[in-house]
Design a protein around this ligand. Sequence first.
Ligand code: PHE
Length: 386
Amino acid sequence: MLTRSSFAAVSALTAGAFLLGLTGCKKEDAAADSAAEIVIGEVAAMTGGTATFGTSSHAGTQMAIDELNEGGGLLGKKLKLLLEDDQSKQGEAGTVAKKLISRSKIVALLGEVASGKSLEMGPICQKAGIPMISPASTNPKVTEVGDFVFRVCFIDPFQGTVMGKFAMSRGWKKVAVLTDTKQDYSVGLAQYFKEYFAKNGGTIVSEQSYSSGDKDFKAQLTAIKPTAPDAIFASGYYNETGLIATQARELGITGPLLGGDGWDSPSLVQVAGKAIEGSFFSNHFSNEDTSPRIQAWVKKFQEKNGGKTPDAMAALGYDSAMILADAIKRAGTTEGKALRDAIAKTTDFDGITGKITLDEKRNANKSAVVLTIKDGKFSFVETLKP
Ligand code: PHE
């Protein structure tokens, strides 16, 4: 078994050799460009605690790759999508990203959804000079890792503000906050919500925390109850949120729960049932969007996926692959640096999740939607602009 440090040393060597190949040696460039197909890596959580994130984003990504191949591929070559499952495990995302880069010679990496996993993969891609595009990681730190790391979604300072504004607009001024301290995403989102809320006349009446995988939230909810909040901001992912909603109702807490995009999963309603009705969360996309282009896309996705309705991750997975394809076309090559530069120039790309322009920090400035849970379905409430 390799120890942690020897593994890091080996991968640093591999990455170094790879970088040399890209920057110093024209032969390698020619080799990459003459390969029979363009190999694109993807890391997603196909199993484990956030498995609906991976299955959805992958379905969207695969749909884009299939469409591109039906249209003849790119630069005269077919595309091949190589998927690795990180099992929703911290640590595993980095391991499989390294494997895709060193063994499979991918030209770019798509993923992850969860911010904590993207934060693991970013430095690996940066070091290897392989562009990475996260479809859905919203924590600001994800793209701060370096200039090879991009995302096609908005970030949490905006998402936290959106939910802060939304709570205020409903007259909910006393809010309790419940955070998953094991997830960078949840910690960041709670922080931005609190900052906006406090600055704009709201009061955080209670702050409680838990860890991913917890099943019992009674202690935290019992502490929250006597503070009589108008709402509870629960910034975690869907599994725990479903249990939190159920247990909150059991304890007689009746106010709405508020959250972010991490709620977006059919499992939320399966776990919480009626307990989550009337709660609200921010998201990237609503499949109720009435524009004909979006409805045609929703229909096509359903046809390909056994009638399944696409969620935000599916739409973002699709957009991440299409933005990469657009950049490959503009670059005319899959060489790492040239491809990075082309991705960075993405302007007004017509995505399924909105118009996408990547800013100097490699983030997308886009609108968010607020959804509510009504009759067991996610239902559109409003759009909020940056
Ligand atoms: N934004 C979440 C994160 O950064 C991931 C997510 C995106 C979940 C979209 C659901 C929908 O961890």
